[in-house]
Write a protein that binds this ligand. Structure first.
Ligand SMILES: *Cc1c(COP(=O)(O)O)cnc(C)c1O
Length: 383
């Protein structure tokens, strides 16, 4: 059976475990690192290796792109030097006067950048109150929109937006849809299969999963004029990952499925346990039946609800910060989606203008044995 035929028949999970160029003469079981910046022409001027210059394309990152395209069921994937660089390419692909519609509640860093970028570069900008589809529809009716941005589950309260319904609305109004699916990862959700046009990941998070690579990715459902401008923004803007970062990302993605499943199972156990604690006023986790997005999560997330959860404390900000300071297994650090569990007081990180309640701690649940995590949480809350 040919390699390509076999590839189509095996699951994406097995493809993730085995991905990369292993068809080299020395029969390596893992892919090599490709540091080359330039590639040799044949006598007739052609490029037998199909690469010319590594700012345009390179075997260093085409392997990870090929896997990501498969995982997201897309037409093409482009890796970037960070999640923000991937998000910036979406903004750079817009043209003066185009309007972007962004969620009110989303990753704070990207939200701030969209605002500044839109002001400086003459883009229209509106915010809809996610996950309310009636508000989204109202805003789409008010003014022509070029790009609808969705983040689901959305920082830091993990609201779910119905990707299929929102994409139908946006398409009816002539807008393209980009989904930041960082918190779900391709293991739990495939936005392109639900009707979105582009999916964005901070590959720094679940995709790499080891807190040692900054990278981002965009995957498109189809080639079109917008995507060609995205590709041009990367090729000419040059926000490509380094060869070693791309290689590390490949290594991280070999264990993507087991990491995401374990983190999701841990998070559900922790959410159910903390929900009953008298010092906890609210656990925000899409896997809990009392979460506003639970029904949508059951529909568009498969195999788990993710490793991200937030907890609000009855004792307010002082209690939340005291708990964060007392945790010993959880590290107090920003970022998410890695093997180790992290905690962060988001309101003080986001600062002035934040929508995040000050009694809230955001937890990125890792893959440690859940009993260790629970014991750490109980000692921190009760001491
Ligand atoms: C971290 C993050 C980003 C930005 O990605 P970087 O890799 O840090 O540039 C964008 N969106 C979400 C949801 C994130 O968590």
């Amino acid at each position: 059976m040919s390699h390509e035929k076999l590839k189509r028949e095996i699951s994406t999970e097995t493809q993730a475990v085995h991905s990369g160029h292993t068809d080299v003469p020395s029969r390596d079981v893992v892919p090599p690192i490709y540091p080359a910046t330039t590639f040799e022409r044949a006598g007739d001027g052609s490029y037998p290796g199909h690469h010319m210059y590594a700012r345009i394309s390179s075997p260093a990152y085409e392997q990870a792109e090929s896997l990501l395209r498969t995982l997201e069921n897309g037409y093409e994937a482009l890796l970037f030097s960070s999640g923000m660089a991937a998000g910036s390419a979406l903004l750079q692909a817009l043209q003066t006067g185009d309007r972007i519609l962004a969620p009110q509640f989303m990753y704070w860093g990207f939200r701030g950048w969209i605002k500044r970028f839109a002001e400086d570069w003459g883009l229209g900008l509106g915010f809809y109150e996610n996950p309310r589809l009636d508000d989204l529809e109202k805003q789409l009716c008010e003014r022509p929109t070029k790009l609808l941005l969705i983040e689901t589950p959305a920082n830091p309260t993990w609201e779910l937006t119905d990707i299929r319904a929102a994409s139908e609305l946006a398409h009816r109004h002539g807008a393209l849809v980009a989904v930041d699916s960082t918190a779900a990862s391709p293991v739990l959700s495939q936005p392109l299969s639900l009707g979105a046009d582009v999916v964005l990941h901070s590959a720094t998070k679940y995709l790499n999963g080891h807190s040692d690579v900054i990278a981002g990715v965009l995957v498109t459902r189809a080639d079109n004029a917008f995507w060609q401008r995205v590709r041009s923004a990367r090729t000419n803007g040059g926000a490509i990952p380094g060869a070693f970062e791309a290689w590390l990302l490949m290594r991280g993605m070999r264990t993507l499925f087991v990491r995401v499943r374990t983190a999701s199972a841990n998070a559900l156990t922790i959410a159910q346990a903390l929900q009953k604690h008298p010092e906890v006023s609210r656990v925000l986790y899409p896997g809990l039946p009392d979460h506003a997005g639970h029904a949508i999560a059951q529909k568009q997330m498969k195999g788990g609800f993710g490793g991200m959860l937030s907890v609000r404390f009855a004792g307010g900000q002082a209690k939340a910060q005291a708990v964060a300071a007392r945790l010993r297994v959880f590290k107090q650090a920003t970022s998410l989606g890695s093997v180790e569990s992290l905690v962060e007081h988001r309101a003080s990180v986001e600062g002035a203008g934040t929508f995040c309640p000050d009694d809230l701690l955001r937890f990125s649940i890792g893959i440690e044995p859940v009993d260790d995590l629970l014991a750490d949480l109980y000692q921190a809350i009760e001491s």
